[in-house]
Ligand binder design. Structure first.
Ligand code: PXP
Length: 243
């Protein structure tokens, strides 16, 4: 099984918004990512629309031919309405606060059990696969089972930080969390700070990762290698045989 690559195009929107026009053209970049081999496109609209705008999401929907993943906080009613209108393949629920620079923690699936259960049931009954962002913590993974999510997205910032020091230690909580999730029949995604340097090791050691969503590092690499080459480089990390 190869892990799928979903390209997070938020950074393209950030660049576009910095000048107020339509350069770079977000829709074209998304289509090009697919043409260059990406197996999915991820967007993370936030209430202040500082990168992806709500209109971008509705504009993208008819164009995309691969998996569309929309991330965000369902406590924002506008986000819920958007997802139900667009009906992407997957919604990834993230507990980020308004104005937060980037996602920096997963759900407490125990404390938010009732809320997540209702929210997930609502999206599932609209035919949308659900994933929830969680830290690599066995209790949170077990809580994810209780709320009925189809998948979890393991929050990988801690892995990325520790990887240069001790890759094996960095991976350990993720290996265990993934084992528990698989045992409970929950699908596994992963994301945040994954890069050309740390991606292969992660998917080689953490069993059963179905999909990674990568934005910041991939778009930065594209400045040097070009978008097509960069996507190919990331795909190659994902298709390496086990060592
Ligand atoms: N997953 C979630 C929930 C995120 O919020 C982000 C950043 O928007 C990512 C994955 C991608 O992280 P990065 O941009 O570091 O690749």
């Amino acid at each position: 099984m190869n892990t799928k690559l979903s390209v997070n195009i938020n950074k393209i929107a950030t660049l576009r918004n910095s000048r107020g026009g339509n350069v770079p053209d977000l829709l074209k970049v998304a289509e090009d990512c697919e043409r260059f081999g990406a197996q999915g496109i991820t967007v993370h609209p936030r209430p202040d629309e500082r990168h992806i705008r709500y209109k971008d999401v509705t504009d993208l929907k008819p164009l995309l031919t691969t998996e569309f993943n929309i991330e965000g906080n369902p406590k924002e009613q506008k986000f819920v309405d958007l997802v139900l209108q667009v009906k992407p393949h997957q919604v990834t629920l993230v507990p980020d606060a308004t104005g937060q620079l980037t996602s920096d923690h997963g759900w407490d699936t125990v404390v938010n059990k009732a809320y997540l259960k209702d929210t997930i049931a609502m999206f599932n009954s609209a035919g949308i696969r659900t994933s929830i962002f969680v830290d690599p913590d066995i209790r949170m993974v077990e809580g994810a089972k209780d709320v009925g999510t189809n998948r979890i997205e393991l929050y990988t910032e801690m892995y990325a930080k520790q990887f240069p020091v001790n890759p094996q230690q960095a991976c350990k909580p993720y290996v265990e969390a993934a084992k528990r999730a698989s045992g409970l029949g929950i699908g596994i995604n992963a994301g945040h700070d994954l890069s050309l340097q740390n991606l292969r090791y992660f998917v080689e050691h953490v069993e059963g990762v179905l999909e990674v969503s990568i934005g910041h590092a991939l778009i930065a690499d594209a400045l040097y290698f070009g978008l097509e080459n960069t996507i190919q480089l990331y795909l190659r990390q994902l298709s390496q045989p086990k060592s």
